[in-house]
Ligand binder design. Structure first.
Ligand code: UTP
Length: 410
């Protein structure tokens, strides 16, 4: 383990030596815990709080069309066969991104444990596994290898929940868990907050680190042994999520693209979803808050809004391409957040207003690292019921309505 001197050196180079101010007052095990955290943690991005102009600028945005529902409908059977063949040959794995904090939903438990049932228990995880089982059954009982990303904050709870519920009928031998990294959280000056005298305030470092975290967890060997060629990554919170959807998998394989993204037609051009586009000629996603008035008004040759397809966090990646880009630096997102911390008097503070920054990379930025992407349109009433909030837009309420519409008993 790192010595005190080495830790101080590492902190100094990041301007964070205040972390060790009370080191002498800590108990031995607390000292060890703090040194281990410092050793593990990457502080190299913190200077961007002051040097934001050094972050790479956005490129030129131009439209990228999607494969639309009408075309998919026509070629559905052909795509399904290609997809099912790959699934039967165990070339397709699924990656559940479940490391987020789900702060907007505001439950103490991991989001996957949230129960949306009314007359019976229907946990979010259960919904996801039920949907994946449809594919297992269609593939003649071949289980899709399922990799689940957790974070230090929810790993124990998530794994014991799965065990308690017997993996909701999934084959435990086909499930692997791995943890994502944590990133420090800072005040507006870029100084890390302390959560306890012996612990730096930290949070999961965004969903963009999933593949490097798989590597650190030693899962590349597993991917190779299994012969995985495609990975389908998806968010935990969409209870209508289709996972390893054979038609989608088949369409992407058939297209020759190295990635795919499920998209929905936006309700309005300014809907708050990231839109598929090209950026300097490469596939990319422009976040809704980066949409300029020109982009919002732009039309395609059919007179439709040119940036009309929003991503729903369901991506398909060619595995060998991921290995090629695994060490690429993704865009750093510096996000203002409420960060619970311990003040100089040793009191725990839970701020009501944002008080600093968290540092994240996002999976949507990985699409830009790949040469090609097939945006694949899906019907939002059938496949998109995200739960971000308790009520209102993208909530437990709206997701329940959509489940009902799809004949799912709650
Ligand atoms: P969100 O940004 O919607 O989820 O992530 P969140 O961070 O859990 O929610 P809020 O903002 O605190 O309310 C979309 C998906 O990415 C995963 C989430 O679990 C969700 O499936 N995610 C997010 C991670 O796996 N790791 C992260 O660090 C962040």
């Amino acid at each position: 383990m790192m010595s005190y001197e080495q830790a101080l050196e590492k902190l100094k180079s990041a301007g964070q030596e205040h972390v060790l101010t009370n080191f002498d007052k800590l108990k031995e095990d607390e000292q060890a815990a703090l040194l281990a955290q410092i050793e593990d943690m990457d502080f190299s991005m913190l200077h961007y709080v002051h040097d934001r102009d050094q972050l790479p600028p956005r490129g030129v945005i131009t439209p990228l069309g999607a494969m639309e529902l009408s075309e998919i409908e026509k070629r559905k059977e052909e795509f399904r066969e290609i997809g099912l063949k790959a699934i039967r040959e165990r070339k397709v794995g699924a990656v559940l991104l479940a490391g987020g904090m789900g702060t907007r939903l505001g439950s103490d438990n991991p989001k996957c444990m949230y129960d949306i049932g009314i007359t019976k228990h229907v946990y979010i995880m259960q919904r996801l596994i039920e949907n994946l089982m449809d594919v297992v059954n269609a593939a003649g009982g071949v289980y899709v290898p399922l990799f689940i990303m957790t974070s230090d904050k929810n790993h124990e709870a998530t794994t014991s929940f799965m065990k308690e519920h017997n993996y909701f009928g999934y084959d435990p031998k086909c499930v692997w868990f791995f943890r994502q990294d944590m990133a420090p959280a800072t005040d507006y000056e870029g100084k890390v907050y302390m959560e306890e005298p012996y612990r730096i305030a930290s949070s999961p470092n965004g969903n963009g680190g999933w593949f490097i975290s798989m590597k650190k967890a030693g899962l590349f060997d597993t991917l190779h042994e299994l012969g995985i060629e495609w990975l389908n990554c998806f968010a935990v919170d969409n209870v209508l999520q289709r996972i390893a959807d054979p038609v989608y998998v088949g369409a992407v394989i058939d297209s020759g693209c190295t990635s795919g993204a499920k998209v929905v037609r936006k309700v309005t051009p300014d809907e708050k979803v990231g839109a598929m586009c090209l950026e300097d000629g490469r596939p990319s996603i422009v976040e809704y808050y980066d949409m300029t008035p020109e982009l919002l008004e732009a039309k395609d040759e059919k007179g439709e809004p040119a940036y009309n397809f929003g991503v729903i966090l369901n991506y398909l990646f060619k595995e060998e391409e991921l290995e090629r880009i695994v060490n690429d630096r993704l865009t750093l997102h510096i996000v203002e957040k409420k960060i619970p911390y311990m003040n100089a008097e040793g009191e725990h503070i839970s701020p009501k207003e944002p008080n600093g920054f968290k540092f994240e990379t996002l999976i949507l930025d990985m699409i830009h690292e790949l040469d090609t992407c097939l945006p694949f349109e899906v019907d939002r009433t059938r496949e998109f019921a995200p739960i971000k909030n308790k009520t209102g837009i993208d909530s437990v309420e709206s997701a329940r309505e959509l489940c009902k519409l799809n004949g799912i008993e709650l």
